[in-house]
Ligand binder design. Structure first.
Ligand code: MSP
Length: 506
């Protein structure tokens, strides 16, 4: 059977500072989506990486006394190491200083040039190095960058331009014909901005002004503007030209996850560039709000703690769980350690974890009775079976609609239901009173539901669910599609006789 492909991307991050809770938010959610799609038997390509050219990186490297290339090499390693700690399962980590990416940028720019969409002119405007973008006087807040509230630089220089304005009608037509492309929350805003103020954009800088970038293929004295270079990572990341087979299999992206700060680049400039280069357009750009601490957008400069701090303090799964449980495509969300603690204690430690400990303890105690149960004595509890099947049947739709948070809530409802079932049936009493038939039924359904929960939660909390699968007697985690029909998964003879603690209470 041919599996459906699913190509998902995160923005590539500026590596001037290590990743923080804000960048982890996008990356963890993308990872959870990628893992769900994989679990649902999609052929997934998940791309993330680092955006290594531009003024910001150049200045940061110089400030710290580094050769720029050595600096980005070191910083990219920090990203990779942190993502590996967070169990991010990317297919490729792309760096914009890689040779194949640089070749791709040149080839695409050449195509755009040949389409007649690039011309030479003069740029005058205000530039924010932190944003790596230009602002018009109207955009500024008290003459400061509207995002960073820091002074901007007035620039005037020779530059190449991309005829973005020529794409106005094509873009509007594309949005109309592909209603899924724009994120719902920002649709009207983007469309009216495209209608009102679509101007050509500067796409290069003279080399004598900034040499840290990719030279233009039609003028070696200019380097590409960092955003033009960066956006094309989505093209080079799956092997444009270098690996035609992979490229034609995965292109175009199915889901591009971004923060709301970079909407204009991804919903306007990016599709216009692809039209100009003659490539198919992405299916969907999905944006989310910011993570804030004390109401302020988290960033290194805002003094956020390191991800290592959070990972070491709470553990990988708990941090992943909290980030996904808070996810919203509509609004900013406040990261709050107190809430993290109470939420994960209530849902993971006290409910799921506690249930697992009790169920395994009881299993271990009455192991001999359970192990010798004949298969045909096992009776399915319809209520649990239906609840589990409902979640499984809806999982893909939830993911497609970016309802990751809601999907976790649905799964947790099953966990609560299972917990209540166990408490109501009181299997420990059944065993004590030698009502073995009923006891076996309760234990069987508890463990059968648990296997399903393990598969359903694995994409979010892979570390603990991997252990749970092992305790349940599986060598490796089962994908959702690898689960057998409800009632056919558990083999009492394979379950371990232990009393596991899945989540330490915080
Ligand atoms: N390098 C560009 C993106 C190029 S993509 C072709 C860039 N990098 S960035 O390092 O500033 O990171 C941008 C992304 O990081 C945001 O769009 C968002 O996805 C994520 N976040 C960074 N801080 C964040 C929060 N405080 N909250 C949520 N997401 C945050 O822009």
């Amino acid at each position: 059977m041919a599996y459906k492909k699913f190509y998902i991307t995160t923005p590539i991050y500026y590596p001037n500072n290590p990743p923080h809770i804000g960048t982890a938010y996008t990356t963890v959610v993308a990872d959870v989506i990628a893992r769900y799609k994989q679990s649902l038997r999609y052929d997934v390509f998940f791309l993330t990486g680092t955006d290594e050219h531009g003024m910001k990186i150049f200045r940061e490297a110089k400030k710290r006394g580094f050769n720029v290339k050595e600096f980005v090499d070191k910083q990219a390693e920090i990203f990779k190491k942190t993502w590996s700690k967070l169990l991010i399962s990317y297919s490729r980590f792309i760096r914009t200083t890689e040779k194949d990416h640089e070749e791709t940028v040149k080839e695409i720019l050449k195509k755009m040039y040949e389409s007649g969409d690039i011309y030479k002119g003069y740029y005058e405007g205000f530039y924010c190095v932190d944003c790596e973008r230009y602002y018009t006087p109207k955009d500024l807040k008290n003459e400061l960058c509207p995002i960073h509230l820091r002074p901007v630089e007035k620039l005037r220089m020779e530059s190449y331009f991309f005829k973005l304005s020529a794409y106005k009608n094509k873009l509007l037509k594309f949005y109309e014909e592909n209603p899924e492309f724009l994120p719902e929350r920002y649709k009207n805003e983007i469309i009216s901005k495209v209608k009102e103020e679509l101007r050509d954009i500067s796409i290069s800088r003279p080399k004598k002004y900034l040499e840290w970038g990719i030279p233009l293929p039609f003028d070696e004295n200019h380097v590409a503007y960092v955003w033009i270079d960066a956006l094309l990572n989505y093209v080079s990341g799956i092997g444009y030209r270098r690996n035609e087979k992979e490229f034609s299999k995965y292109w175009p992206p199915d889901m591009q996850l971004i923060g709301k700060d970079i909407l204009w680049f991804h919903t306007v400039i990016w599709p216009a560039m692809l039209m100009s280069a003659g490539l198919k357009l992405p299916k969907r750009i999905l944006a989310h709000g910011f993570i804030t601490i004390g109401g302020r957008k988290v960033s290194k400069s805002a003094g956020a703690r390191s991800l290592d701090y959070y990972i070491d303090k709470f553990g990988v799964d708990i941090l992943r769980y909290y980030l996904v449980r808070k996810f919203s495509p509509f609004k900013d969300v406040e990261f709050n350690e107190e809430e993290l603690r109470s939420m994960t204690n209530a849902e993971l430690a006290n409910t799921l974890g506690n249930f697992v400990t009790r169920a395994f303890a009881l299993y271990s105690r009455y192991n001999e009775i359970l192990v010798f149960t004949e298969k045909h004595h096992l009776e399915v509890e319809e209520k649990l079976k239906n609840a589990v099947e409902k979640v499984i049947n809806n999982a893909d739709r939830f993911i497609e609609e970016l309802k990751v948070k809601e999907l976790i809530e649905e799964i947790m409802r099953v966990v609560f239901m299972l917990n209540n079932y166990f408490n109501e049936k009181e299997p420990w009493k059944l065993a004590k009173n030698k009502q073995y038939e009923e006891f076996i039924k309760v234990m069987f359904n508890s463990f059968e539901t648990l296997v399903h929960i393990a598969a359903l939660l694995y994409p979010v909390i892979p570390q603990s669910m991997n252990s749970l699968f092992n305790y349940l007697g599986f060598e490796k985690p089962l994908k959702i599609v690898e689960l057998k029909e409800y009632g056919k998964n558990i083999d009492f003879r394979r379950i371990e006789k232990i009393k596991p603690i899945l989540f330490a209470k915080l």
